[in-house]
Ligand binder design. Structure first.
Ligand SMILES: C[S@@+](CC[C@H](N)C(=O)[O-])C[C@H]1O[C@@H](n2cnc3c(N)ncnc32)[C@H](O)[C@@H]1O
Length: 230
């Protein structure tokens, strides 16, 4: 499957190539992710944030004392980011003339069902992480893939989030649609993503010159990796 066939987004305002609604992501706030990342990396570590979106995490990482360079292929997303250098670019063709203490690829971007695309994402991570630095990835746990069911929940701020249309076209693939409703605005985001079992992810990382080194927390959603040197 070609990556661009794996995502579809609808709703008001600009929508990124991977189906994310800019106006929706611009209203979201962090949910503990910046503190989790901050606790796992050195004070004042420089961070390359891949797929930074509208800066939901970027702004908190800046406030925690990190220099952040924010990359996204959507200039409309990046326009919401203040205080960080922004680089409008696909992750797969990024070639910055410097390296970072930490390369961050969160928000399940790594779970693309396009295996070739995933490998280029990981190579970008490897090419931009300093010797002695680390790469931090966010994936859904393998158990989540096996057990997730349709749901509807209302957030404290009144947003309604629904997950519908779940199917498993292949044992390791999950297709689903997220629906986000805020007042009279409604967005949908349909995606196909790949379950990344520990062994599979470790092999994918190794092929890109990275060694899986651990998890940031107990449910194994956040994965750290170290660059192989030499
Ligand atoms: C689900 S949003 C999350 C944004 C942000 N990380 C957050 O947590 O709010 C995913 C972001 O990754 C970006 N993205 C996805 N694939 C990309 C690619 N191949 N190159 C650059 N950006 C990409 C999208 O444009 C989108 O802004």
């Amino acid at each position: 499957m070609i990556s661009r066939e794996l995502y579809h987004g609808t709703g008001p305002g600009p929508v990124t190539p991977d189906g994310c609604a800019v106006d929706y992501y611009a209203m979201l706030t962090p949910n503990g992710e910046p503190e989790l990342i901050h606790a796992a990396i050195p004070e004042e570590a420089s961070i390359l944030e891949l797929g930074a979106g509208a800066g939901r995490i970027t702004h908190s990482l800046l406030a925690l004392g990190h220099e952040v360079v924010a990359v996204d292929e959507s200039p409309e997303m990046l326009a919401h980011i203040k205080g960080a250098e922004t680089v409008p670019s696909p992750i797969q063709s990024l070639a910055l003339p410097r390296k970072f203490d930490v390369v961050l690829l969160m928000s399940f971007v790594i779970e693309t069902a396009d295996d070739g695309m995933r490998q280029t994402f990981l190579r970008t991570c490897r090419e931009h992480v300093a010797d002695g630095g680390s790469v931090i990835l966010q994936r859904k746990s393998p158990e989540w893939y096996d057990t997730v069911e349709p749901f509807e929940r209302e957030a404290e701020d009144g947003r309604v989030v629904r997950m519908t249309g779940i199917s498993r076209p292949e044992p390791h693939l999950l297709r689903a649609t997220m629906e986000y409703t805020v007042g009279d605005r409604r967005w949908t985001h349909t995606f196909v993503s790949r379950r990344l079992d520990d062994d599979f992810l470790a092999a994918e990382l190794d092929a890109a010159g990275l060694t899986m080194s651990g998890f940031l927390e107990g449910n194994r959603e956040w994965v750290s990796a170290l660059p192989q040197v030499g």
